[in-house]
Design a protein around this ligand. Structure first.
Ligand code: DX5
Ligand code: ZN
Length: 211
């Protein structure tokens, strides 16, 4: 069964606590938290204080997606704030193997995200240190963009690479009921969605439609 991870990037930022509670009530499996630093990606969102405040509003798994240039410095901040999964970008890590070991040393799950232009080969020598791979199906920075088709091929290839390892494949960007179905067929285990979950305010119905 596929898991749905709504991205609060599309939430009403003036009522984030209520939004997270509403997503939990609507059947979300996890909460996807997009951290942007205005440098790795051309947008800014929020830091660990917001994650810490939201932690009090939901018991769901907090899936923290770090779109930042210096993840090594920030990992301990988000662990202290209550993250359950920390995902770093392969493009931002000079010592990816070490960064993944550090994340796991805190007892949380370690993920690697790949931008659309980054090949899956970069995962080959860290497969045994990974709990999750996040395939970006848009160029990160903004919600509401169009799904990039060749993400499907990348998902299938990663599915082959993981073999029998317990690595979850997550896809992020441009997910709606149509692209969701195609991602699930290609091998995705977790779907991140912002625009399509928040559309019209019908969170439960939108989450079911993706599932
Ligand atoms: C993009 C973020 C995504 C994004 C998804 O940089 O990582 O989580 O908010 O939004 P939609 O579903 O609108 O493409
Ligand atoms: Zn994301």
């Amino acid at each position: 069964m596929v898991k749905i991870a709504p991205s609060i990037l599309s939430a009403d930022f003036s009522r984030l606590g209520e939004e997270v509670a509403a997503l939990e009530k609507a059947g979300a499996d996890m909460i996807h938290l997009d951290v942007m630093d205005g440098s790795f990606v051309p947008n800014l969102t929020f830091g660990p204080e917001i994650v810490k405040a939201l932690r009090l509003k939901s018991k769901l798994c907090f899936d923290v997606h770090l779109m930042v240039n210096n993840p090594d410095e920030m990992i301990p901040w988000f662990i202290a704030a209550g993250a359950d999964i920390i995902t770093v970008h392969a493009e931002a890590c000079r010592h990816l193997d070490k960064t993944l070991s550090t994340i796991r040393s805190y007892g949380v799950k370690a993920g690697v995200s790949l931008n659309p232009a980054t090949p899956e080969d970069v995962l080959e020598y860290v497969l045994d240190k990974l709990d999750l791979v996040l395939v970006m199906s848009v160029n990160p920075g903004f919600g509401g963009q169009k799904f990039i088709e060749n993400s499907l091929q990348k998902i299938s290839r990663i599915k082959e690479m993981r073999g029998s390892r317990e690595i979850e494949i997550e896809v992020d960007g441009g997910i709606n009921p149509l692209t969701a179905a195609r991602c699930i067929s290609a091998g995705a285990d977790i779907l991140v969605a912002g625009t399509s979950v928040f559309a019209g305010g019908e969170y439960a119905r939108n989450i079911e439609a993706l599932r």
